[in-house]
Design a protein around this ligand. Sequence first.
Ligand code: AMP
Length: 587
Amino acid sequence: MSWETIKKAVNADSVEPNLKHYDDVRATFSWDVARGELDGLPDGKGLNIAHEAVDRHVLAGVGGKTALRWIARNGGVQDLSYADLAERSSRFANVLAGLGVAKGEVLSCLMPRVPELYAVALGTWKAGAVFSPLFPAFGPEPVQSRMEIGRTRVLVTTATLYRRKVAAVRDRLPDLRHVLLLMDDPAAELPNGTVDLRAAMDQADTAFVIPPTDPEDLAILHFTSGTTGKPKGAMHVHAAVVAHHATGRLALDLHDDDIYWCTADPGWVTGTSYGIIAPLTCGVTMISDSEEFDAERWYRILQDNKVTVWYTAPTAVRMLMKRGADLAKGYDLSALRFAASVGEPLNPEGVVWGVEAFGRPFHDNWWQTETGGIMIGNFAAMDVKPGSMGRPLPGIEAAVVSRDGDTVVPIDEPDREGELALRPGWPSMFRGYLGQPERYENAFAGGWYLTGDLARRDREGYFWFVGRADDVIKSAGHLIGPFEVESALMEHPAVSEAGVIGLPDPVAGEVVKAHVALKPGFEAGEPLRRDLLRHTRKRLGPAVAPRAIDFQKSLPKTRSGKIMRRLLKARELGLPEGDLSTLENGQ
Ligand code: AMP
């Protein structure tokens, strides 16, 4: 079925879009000019994310404006102004300085969405340390492996998460010097070797002078997954704030008086770039909800806070669609003027459903951990093609390419499929995978950064997502490396081989499915299946663990012994099996 383009008249909205004429802005845009929209540290001492996000608004005399409206489980709200955030982050920077945390050292943040999280992130940047968020629904294994790779010096978490995910493995993390705990139960005893976060912040000085910060200083370490091997630590620098700010304005169309809600958790890149940095540099009021998805709760938040710009994800859109447009119509969502979505393919039905439910289409956009910020999007003043990711941001050159070893050839002809590639050079581009230079180099060829996604571009320059070029799985917007799941399965005494794939799912996009072969003496059956599900859930956490497990006598492998995940998937879905010439024993 083909979907009609949703036409946009430039002056249709009461608010004039920041990116009014795409072609004009694209022709004149420069990253230097974008940098000029930020202040830089006083006295030319460089560029620091936290200064741009909070301190400069205080200096400009708007410190009293609400920066963060945090919504508690019971619906109660706590408002923090820009001045509050500036002060709290300075306190936290002083805590780090007092602990002797040095520039460039990594702080892992394993926190639920609580107000302290924002002060911790901003204070880390003020102190010159590197903020590395971890998703709180991760199990102990993903937490441990990421802290090992990052050589985490400081961990900030809650007493509960510490007990469940870190305490038992702490002695395996020799680089971890300091653990700061938010005590969920203030009456509870502080575990050995930890510091009470709130008490430390209360005692800390409220003033902190940000030391000189080179725009190329490391600021953020985000973990992402590949097809094989350990998670990859994508390194981002303070200069990334230029792209966060520019995309906040151009792609999310943020204006000073917006009430903005990004539903992504700051444990992932979207929740950091667009749930902390971009909204604050743009000086808006941002919403943070402590709870997980709930259709009625979400509509109530949109309505009661008069949210004007909403950034969410396709899985959430599909879950809302399941509840029907009438539910949405029961709420007053008239303040909402721009809705955007990212992270996985957004079905054209979802885009159009937005119009039906609250009179606004969802604007799909595309980017990834490595790009640090939005690269391709359906912008506010541009016609929306349902099902398309949109057009490249001004300042970004994107192409569909064919690749043969080191040779990369852009495909100029429209509607042809190839790998999505970007010309490096924008400020939020990752600067490497920590400790894995060869993986970083492999991501580039012929002057292009190769994204690992397959796409096509139509005659009007809109990009359309086709699929992944590799085996990584996107489930409910979370990127999952099959290798990490296979490794956890292999730790179980019954498993001799494991192959993990993503299966299509109408709501989550994909769900994780594992195929396992058993060691002699173990019996395939329901009790073992349940035990394996329990085992992986405990180790990996619910966001990563498989939903389904199948037993097989042995798994198809290449002659060099690599499990052929593609073949597992093709067989499961009844698709053509493709080239089987490397298959071992014709399995
Ligand atoms: P992550 O690094 O976890 O943000 O995941 C990035 C990957 O998510 C991309 O390489 C795509 O495979 C997928 N992705 C992100 N945005 C979109 C989108 N708008 N449409 C389709 N896939 C997307």
